[in-house]
Write a protein that binds this ligand. Structure first.
Ligand SMILES: *[C@@H]1O[C@H](CO)[C@@H](O)[C@H](O)[C@H]1NC(C)=O
Ligand SMILES: *[C@@H]1O[C@H](CO)[C@@H](O)[C@H](O)[C@H]1NC(C)=O
Ligand SMILES: *[C@@H]1O[C@H](CO)[C@@H](O)[C@H](O)[C@H]1NC(C)=O
Length: 790
């Protein structure tokens, strides 16, 4: 600090003094009014002063600034730029809601920053920019619910990050990227129910992680395995019920706290892969017995089992013997039988741990169970069972908890529930067995629930489920066993997620699957074998992905496929080979790909089945004369609008065509187009074909051009008086109208479950047609559903 730094401030003093009407200051001139300054320690203290902004006139050389208990609602960019030498900054209880990006820019010497007890909700990407020396960051007791990627990326020296008592529900991948020197991270007292696999990736220096008092229902094995340096892990007070095989795989872990949870059982290999573990605390759980840890497990020094209802009988004997052999300090007392109750575990010797007769034991356990479980409260006759913060209707059997910010799937619905609507909650993760006791649900709505993972067996027991909606979530993949136990699942909606590859293998357990919706994901390829297990699939919706390759064998398994929507992808050719086994396909949509050319015999494999073909808006420049060969009398709709075609192949074989659209193509109205002109004459269809060339015919409808009569073969065309037509406007690309009846809205919704609502743009098929295609559930089921829902 040189004197020159002080000069400018000295010059400002008289002016400031003037501005402040020269209130006689007690402190030296460089101390902000309302604050106490220590010129020797270089500290400025302004506690509980109701300041609404960071005092701009603190002395530049200040190293400690204490602003606790003020009313600074927002920290703007560069809020501390005039005090660049700060090492300590205290901002607790300041009603801070927003920390703007770069708020601390310029504080390259700051070591300690405390933001506890404010109202911060989001940690923005650049909130902590510039704090390149920071060692401790406290953001406890705020309302943080979101950490944006890169929020901590500039904090390469941070040792301690404390985020306790916030509202975090979920930690996304790479949330803490950049913390290259972090030692201890405190995330206690949040609502965390899911940690993404790479949530803590890259934190190689982390030794201590506190996750107690959260909502984790399972041990996050994969996530924790990525923390090679952690020696102490605290997961107390989370609602875990079971610790599975090899659940804890952490190389350096020495102390593990799993107390005050709901553990009822633990696999004996649970800690097998944590060779450094010495202290394990499983106190205050629901454990009645514990097997000794398996051969090869770490050598524990201490096992705390206090506060569990340990039953001291013959089943406990192996554990007791193991503890004696391995000199493990065993803490806790017996919960039963009566004459052992309250006895220290270490005071009970193996030979005393005996079992009574089988019958006496069962009786004892039964009595114990009755004592623990409160008697079920009888619901009054006229009131339907319903979890808190949900609405349940007895008459319709609908239960809804839409948009209620549930973080766990609520339990306790009536067993008669048929429609369960859980849209718009914050589950993030669906653990196994999330829907016990609702075997009659037909339709389950889980849209917009921020789901990133569905554990295997998540829907077990939902024997009646037909419709499952997982749309608008954040799924990137799905466990092969996710849909285990859904024998009737017929319509599966996975659209608007983040799948980058086809969720292969997930369908082998859903024998009844007819329609699979995967629109608007990011799938790039369809590889062979993707439909293994989905042999009965009739409709596959893949509109709006990024598919640029379809393996020739990709669709082989689904030989009953009836509807295939591939619009809005990145295909450069019609996947003829992949369709070679799809001889039942009626509806093929390729709109909006980049297919420039359609070659000969492209649709041959579909010659007997294809009814609707969408080749519009693809930049199609040429169709070979034989490109439609084989389609003949079967084809009913052909969409070719919005392409670059100058000519079209002969359409005469398409004798059953009901809809055709050639609008928006630069047709060349010359003799090669004569077959089209002749065809138009013959059929009674709105063709929407307009000439683009030669220039004198631009804008004319092909039907109105009589020049064709002069072409060889055009003699038969009628000779109408030549009308001088004004060039007509190019007709707009006309959307064929959906001819769905104007049902009451609710019924239409039911109908859309049999059609694709995503592709409604081109709906031409009536519900009747759909029924014909076998896309409806059994007619009786369908009628019953209508009755049920509405
Ligand atoms: C701060 O505001 C509160 C409430 O208005 C008041 O009671 C208190 O005296 C103020 N404190 C100072 C130091 O001005
Ligand atoms: C506890 O009671 C059982 C059966 O009543 C008896 O066999 C056993 O010896 C008793 N143990 C102790 C330590 O009193
Ligand atoms: C739930 O939230 C969505 C999206 O914010 C909204 O469109 C919908 O109307 C809400 N539903 C209810 C019943 O509040």
């Amino acid at each position: 600090m040189t004197h020159s730094h002080l000069c400018p401030d000295t010059l400002w003093v008289p002016l400031l003094c003037l501005l402040l009407l020269c209130v006689p200051a007690v402190h030296t001139a460089k101390c902000p009014q309302q604050c106490v300054c220590d010129q020797i320690q270089l500290t400025v203290t302004c506690i509980n002063r109701n300041l609404t902004q960071v005092p701009p006139n603190a002395d530049e050389i200040t190293v400690k600034l204490d602003l606790r208990g003020n009313d600074i609602k927002e920290l703007p960019t560069g809020a501390f730029k005039h005090t660049p030498y700060l090492t300590h900054l205290s901002l607790q209880r300041c009603n801070i809601r927003t920390v703007k990006e770069g708020a601390f820019r310029g504080l390259g010497r700051l070591v300690f920053l405390n933001l506890a007890n404010n109202n911060i909700e989001i940690l923005y990407q650049e909130s902590f920019d510039g704090l390149s020396s920071l060692k401790q960051l406290m953001i406890d007791r705020n309302r943080v619910e979101e950490i944006q990627p890169g929020a901590f990326s500039q904090l390469g020296f941070l040792n301690l990050l404390s985020l306790t008592h916030n509202q975090l529900v979920y930690i996304p991948n790479m949330a803490f990227q950049g913390l290259q020197n972090i030692k201890w991270m405190r995330l206690s007292h949040n609502s965390l129910n899911y940690l993404d696999t790479e949530a803590f990736a890259g934190l190689v220096t982390l030794t201590r992680l506190s996750l107690d008092h959260n909502e984790l229902q399972f041990f996050p094995t994969e996530t924790m395995t990525r923390l090679p340096g952690v020696t102490r892990l605290d997961l107390s007070y989370n609602p875990m019920t079971y610790l599975g095989e090899e659940a804890v795989s952490m190389a350096k872990l020495a102390q593990l706290f799993l107390d005050h949870m709901s553990l009822q059982d633990m696999a004996n290999t649970a800690i097998l892969n944590s060779p450094s573990l010495t202290h394990l605390d499983i106190s205050f759980n629901q454990l009645r017995v514990l097997q000794p840890f398996s051969e090869g497990s770490p050598k524990l020094a201490r096992l705390n089992m206090a506060g569990n209802p340990i039953y001291c009988n013959c089943y406990l004997r192996p554990l007791r013997e193991w503890a004696i052999r391995g000199k493990v300090k065993l803490m806790g007392t017996c919960g039963g039988p009566d004459n052992f109750s309250g006895e220290n575990l270490e005071a009970v010797y193996p030979p005393e741990l005996r079992c009574q007769s089988q019958e006496a034991m069962l009786k004892a356990e039964f009595e114990e169970a009755i004592r623990i479980t409160p008697p079920p409260t009888e619901a009054p006759e006229n009131k339907v069972k319903c979890p808190a913060n949900c609405v349940c209707e007895a008459e319709t059997h609908h239960s809804s908890c839409e948009n209620r910010s549930h973080t766990k799937v609520p339990r306790g619905f009536s067993p008669n529930t048929r429609l369960l609507d859980l849209r718009g909650n914050h589950f993030h993760y669906i653990p196994s067995n999330s829907f016990p006791g609702v075997a009659q649900v037909v339709s389950l709505h889980l849209q917009r629930c921020k789901i990133v993972d569905v554990e295997s067996g998540a829907f077990s027991g939902m024997k009646g489920l037909i419709y499952l909606y997982l749309s608008e979530n954040d799924l990137t993949s799905i466990s092969p066993d996710a849909f285990k136990g859904l024998p009737q699942l017929t319509y599966l909606h996975l659209e608007k997620n983040r799948f980058t590859s086809f969720p292969k293998g997930a369908f082998k357990l859903v024998p009844s699957l007819l329609a699979l919706h995967l629109e608007n994901n990011a799938v790039t390829k369809l590889e062979s074998g993707i439909l293994t297990g989905a042999e009965g699939l009739r409709a596959l919706y893949l509109t709006g992905n990024a598919i640029d390759h379809i393996s020739p064998r990709a669709l082989d398994q689904a030989s009953d496929l009836d509807t295939l929507h591939l619009g809005g992808n990145k295909l450069e050719e019609v996947p003829t080979e992949a369709l070679s086994k799809s001889g039942n396909l009626r509806d093929l949509r390729l709109s909006g790909n980049s297919i420039r050319w359609v070659g000969p015999n492209t649709f041959r494999p579909l010659e007997r089945s294809l009814k609707e073909l969408y080749l519009d808006n693809m930049g199609l420049e040429k169709m070979s004369q034989n490109s439609l060969t084989g389609l003949g009398p079967g084809l009913r709709s052909l969409f070719l609008e919005g392409n670059q075609l100058e000519e079209v192949p002969d359409l005469h074989p398409l004798t059953s065509l009901e809809v055709i659209n050639l609008a928006g193509n630069p047709l060349m109205c010359d003799c090669p187009l004569l077959p089209l002109r002749l065809w138009i004459e013959k059929v009674n269809l709105k063709v929407r074909a307009t000439c683009s060339n030669p220039p004198e015919l631009r804008g004319r409808r092909v039907k109105d051009v009589h020049a064709f009569k002069a072409c060889p073969g055009g003699e038969s065309l009628p000779s109408l008086p030549t009308v001088t037509l004004k060039p007509a406007k190019t007709p707009k690309t006309t959307k064929p109208k959906a001819n769905a009846p104007h049902w009451p809205q609710a019924r239409q919704e039911a109908q859309s479950q049999t059609q694709t609502s995503q592709d409604s743009e081109h709906q031409t098929s009536s519900s009747q047609e759909n029924q014909e295609r076998g896309l409806n559930p059994q007619p009786s089921t369908f009628a019953w559903l209508l009755f049920l829902f509405f």
